[in-house]
Design a protein around this ligand. Structure first.
Ligand code: GDP
Length: 460
C-alpha cells in the first residue's frame, strides 16, 4: 500500500481556470489549512463556522488592502473533490488579480500546487481509483464526443469495476489455496478447481476484451491517420477539399495561418480522422509527384491506419485496379478503394469493376456519395475492431498491465493443468493480483504516481 507522499500534508493552491483574462477566475485551495488561510483574508464572515457546500460573497482583504470582491465556495473534508478541506475562490478574471491572490495565499502558507496534485490527493484519499483519476486528465483533453464518453465512463468506474470483481474472486481463491498449503501433508482441497478454472477463463475473456477495446480506445483518444494516395489527376486534392468542405471555411478565416501547417481533421460521428501529409497533395506540380510519387506513397501508407486509394474510374482498367490493390495490400494498411469521376457518363462503373469488393463510387467534383465514403471510413474503424463496447481502455499504462494480467492468468491455468506445485501457482496468482492492483492503484509507488499525475494540467 501507499506510503505517505512527501508534502502531501501541505495546503496547496492553484488557478483552476486557464491563465489569462476572463470574466472570472477560480482559484482552488486544498489541504488542512485551506479554510483557516482563506478565513484570515475574508473578514466579512467566519468560514470556519460556516457549513460545508455553501457560497459566501465578500471582499478578500490582505493587510487592510481590498484585493477583490469574490465568491467563496466551501467544501469541508471529506465531502470535496480531494477529500480534504477545499475552498474555491471565484475572483474577477484579471491576470493581475489572479496572480496577486495566489501570491498572498503563498505568503499565508498555501504553496503552489503541482500539475495534477488535486486529483492525486483525490486518489490518495480514496475518492477515485487510479484509472478513474487518469480518466480525469483524458476528460480535460477530450476533443470529441466519443473521447469524452470514453473518459467519462472510465472516470465513473468503467472497466475498473470488471477488474475489481476479478480481483476479489481471485483473492478468495488465493486465500483458499494458501490454506491448502498449510495443510499440505493432508492432501485436502479447499479451493474448488473447476470453479477456479471457470473464473480464470472468464477473467481471461474479459481481459482480452478490454485489450481489444484499446484499439478503438486509441482511435477515440488519438484519432485515425488517413492517407489519400493515387496517381496524379485521380482527383485527390478535389476529394480532400470535398471532405473538408465545412471546416475549410472556418480555418481559412483565421488570419496568418498557412494551410500547409494546419493538420486537416475530419470528425465523423465523434471519431477524429487525421488526414496526413495533405500539403503533399496540394503542392503537386505533377512531374515532381511523378518522380518521387511511388516512394512517397509507400511512406505515407506506412504511417497511415487507413489508406484512401483514389483512382480515376474512367481511366483505369479492372485488371490494373486489381493489381494495384493487391500490391498495396502487402503493406498491411487498411485500404478503401475510391472510384472517382463517376459523374462521367457512358460507363456502368459497378459493372466495370464487378467482383472487386468494397469500392466506394464517388464524384469528388460534384461531391456525390461523400456520405458513403464517410460511412466507409467510420465503419472501417468501429466495426472492424470490437463494435462499440461500453467499456473502452484508452490508456497505454493500463494496456501494459492488462497484458501482464493475461499472461499470469495463462500461467495459473497451465500450472493447474500440469500439476505444478501449489506454492508456484500461488506466486502466479499473486503476480496476477499485483498487476490488477497496478491499474486501479492498490499497488503503486511514489515515482509512478508522480509520473502519472505530472501529465495533468495545474489546478486539476
Ligand atoms: P490530384 O492530382 O489527384 O490531386 O487530382 P486533382 O484533384 O487535381 O484533379 C485532377 C483533375 O480531375 C482536375 O481537373 C479535376 O477537376 C478533375 N476531377 C477531380 N475530381 C473529379 C470528379 O469527380 N469528376 C470529374 N469529372 N473530374 C474530376
Amino acid at each position: 500500500m501507499l506510503g505517505k507522499l512527501a508534502g502531501w500534508d501541505d495546503t496547496i493552491a492553484a488557478l483552476a481556470t486557464p491563465q489569462g483574462v476572463g470574466a472570472i477566475g477560480v482559484i482552488r485551495v486544498s489541504g488542512p489549512k485551506a479554510i483557516a488561510i482563506v478565513n484570515g483574508l475574508f473578514p466579512s464572515k467566519d468560514l470556519e463556522a460556516a457549513p460545508t457546500h455553501t457560497l459566501h460573497v465578500g471582499y478578500l482583504k490582505y493587510n487592510d488592502t481590498i484585493i477583490d470582491e469574490v465568491v467563496i465556495g466551501l467544501y469541508k473534508a471529506p465531502r470535496s473533490y480531494t477529500g480534504e478541506d477545499v475552498v474555491e475562490i471565484s475572483c474577477h478574471g484579471s491576470y493581475f488579480i489572479q496572480n496577486n491572490i495566489l501570491q498572498i495565499l503563498a505568503q499565508c502558507g498555501a504553496r503552489a500546487a503541482k500539475p495534477g496534485e488535486f486529483t492525486q490527493r483525490a486518489f490518495l484519499n480514496g475518492k477515485l481509483n487510479l484509472a478513474q483519476a487518469e480518466a480525469v486528465a483524458d476528460l480535460i483533453a477530450s476533443n470529441t464526443a466519443a473521447s469524452r464518453k470514453a473518459a467519462l465512463h472510465t472516470m465513473r468506474g468503467g472497466f475498473t469495476e470488471v477488474l475489481k470483481n476479478i480481483r476479489e474472486e481471485l483473492l478468495t481463491f488465493s486465500a483458499l489455496i494458501e490454506l491448502e498449503l498449510d495443510f499440505s501433508e493432508e492432501d485436502v482441497e479447499f479451493a474448488d478447481r473447476s470453479r477456479l478454472m471457470n473464473l480464470l477463463d472468464e477473467a481471461a475473456y474479459k481481459v482480452k476484451q478490454l485489450l481489444q477495446s484499446f484499439m478503438l480506445g486509441n482511435v477515440i483518444k488519438n484519432g485515425v491517420q488517413v492517407a489519400i494516395i493515387g496517381k496524379p489527376n485521380a482527383g485527390k486534392s478535389t476529394l480532400l477539399n470535398a471532405l473538408l468542405n465545412e471546416e475549410r471555411a472556418i480555418v481559412s478565416e483565421i488570419a496568418g495561418t498557412t494551410r500547409d501547417t494546419i493538420e486537416e481533421t475530419l470528425n465523423i460521428n465523434g471519431i477524429l480522422f487525421r488526414l496526413i501529409d495533405t500539403a503533399g497533395i496540394r503542392e503537386h506540380t505533377s512531374d515532381v509527384i511523378e518522380s518521387v510519387g511511388v516512394q512517397r506513397s509507400l511512406q505515407k501508407m506506412r504511417s497511415a491506419d487507413i489508406v484512401l486509394y483514389v483512382f480515376d474510374a474512367t481511366a483505369i482498367s479492372k485488371a490494373e485496379l486489381q493489381q494495384t490493390l493487391a500490391t498495396m495490400q502487402t503493406e498491411g494498411s487498411k485500404i478503401i478503394a475510391v472510384a472517382n469521376k463517376t459523374d462521367e457518363e457512358g460507363v456502368d462503373y459497378a459493372t466495370k469493376f464487378t467482383g472487386i469488393a468494397g469500392i466506394v463510387f464517388i464524384s469528388a467534383r460534384y461531391q456525390r456519395n461523400m456520405d458513403v465514403l464517410q460511412d466507409a471510413l467510420y465503419t472501417s474503424v468501429v466495426n472492424d475492431e470490437v463494435g462499440t463496447p461500453e467499456t473502452i481502455v484508452t490508456n497505454t499504462r493500463h494496456v501494459a498491465a492488462l497484458e501482464k494480467v493475461l499472461q499470469s492468468i495463462v500461467l495459473i491455468k497451465d500450472g493447474f493443468a500440469q500439476r505444478t506445485p501449489l506454492d508456484l501457482i500461488t506466486s502466479d496468482i499473486r503476480a496476477c493480483l499485483y498487476h490488477i492492483g497496478e491499474i486501479t492503484g492498490e499497488i503503486t509507488n511514489e515515482d509512478q504516481l508522480d509520473f502519472i499525475f505530472s501529465k495533468f494540467c495545474i489546478g486539476k
